[in-house]
Design a protein. Structure first.
Length: 296
């Protein structure tokens, strides 16, 4: 089983520390709301999106302090999206990261408020934590994050997802859904890391864009495979639920063997896209391999 490298684990721990400091204390009124926010964000997770921020920034030798705000912001947005996706009106999930979902613990209304507050907090963190970066770049970073959340990003992807339940999609329609729902924030994570690091070279930005597209889809393909092959203790959520709910997945449309082939092709393309970035992009390569082979 592949594991995160020591370097990536150190960045993950750094992200945890930044997040813990960014979130309001659970003892600060309104205490239920703040407790729900902390529960949603700090309850484990791979911190894949912060890792993409740090790994991209490291490719251009950025000081990690310039990356902290973006790393925290993308993870807070990710946590908000999970809180809302798990609600009974959406995916109706009771288990997330091996624990009861936010609405199960705090109730539907408080979970909705927690998601709303987390989305706002992400932009506050990004705006306040990037004062060392020039103003035009800071504005661009805010736009990147906003676009990843909206109707052409995660919200749009969730709308495609809801409309697809019980439907038969082709591979192109399934890819469109996941390019929005999962891929948008992953691409934003890489873009934010590059922007914070001061990367302005068109060719390198194009390579990173292709990398992010491929690992975003690879992440979802692996998720779909784990929904069939994984166990609840390892993956931290109920396996087989997508099949029961009639959701279109890569194995359902292509079959398991073909899904594994797609995953391998996406991973190879992601790695190939980094060829011009040299050894400095090693952490991004490590992440691509981890995404493809992870067990949870």
């Amino acid at each position: 089983m592949i594991e995160l490298t020591a370097e990536l684990l150190a960045w993950s721990a750094r992200a945890d520390d930044v997040l813990a400091r960014a979130l309001p204390p659970a003892t600060q009124p309104p205490v239920d709301l703040h407790a729900a926010m902390r529960y949603a964000v700090l309850g484990g997770g791979k911190r894949m999106r912060p890792l993409l921020v740090y790994a991209t920034g490291a490719t251009f030798a950025a000081d990690p302090t310039l990356l902290d705000a973006a790393a925290a912001a993308v993870e807070i947005i990710h946590a908000y999206s999970l809180v809302h996706d798990d609600l009974p009106a959406m995916d109706d999930d009771d288990l997330r990261r091996g624990r009861p979902t936010c609405h199960v613990v705090y109730g539907d209304a408080m979970a909705i408020l927690a998601g709303d507050a987390l989305q706002a907090l992400a932009f506050e963190v990004l705006a306040e934590g990037t004062v060392a970066i020039d103003a035009p770049t800071r504005v661009q970073m805010l736009r990147v994050l906003a676009a990843a959340c909206g109707s052409h990003g995660m919200a749009g992807g969730q709308a495609f997802d809801l409309a697809a339940v019980g439907q038969i999609l082709d591979a192109g329609e399934l890819e469109r859904m996941h390019v929005h729902k999962t891929g948008a924030l992953i691409r934003a994570s890489v873009r934010l890391g590059a922007l914070a690091a001061g990367c302005r070279e068109t060719a390198k930005l194009g390579s990173l864009e292709r990398y992010a597209h491929c690992v975003g889809l690879a992440f979802q393909v692996r998720d779909d495979i784990l929904d069939i092959e994984g166990d609840a203790a390892r993956i931290g959520k109920t396996p087989g639920k997508d099949v029961v709910d009639g959701k279109p997945t890569y194995p359902a449309i292509l079959g398991l063997d073909a899904s594994r082939k797609v995953l391998a092709e996406l991973t190879t393309e992601a790695l190939d896209s980094l060829a011009g970035l040299g050894n400095a992009a090693r952490p991004l390569r490590d992440l691509a391999r981890f995404i493809a082979e992870r067990e949870s």
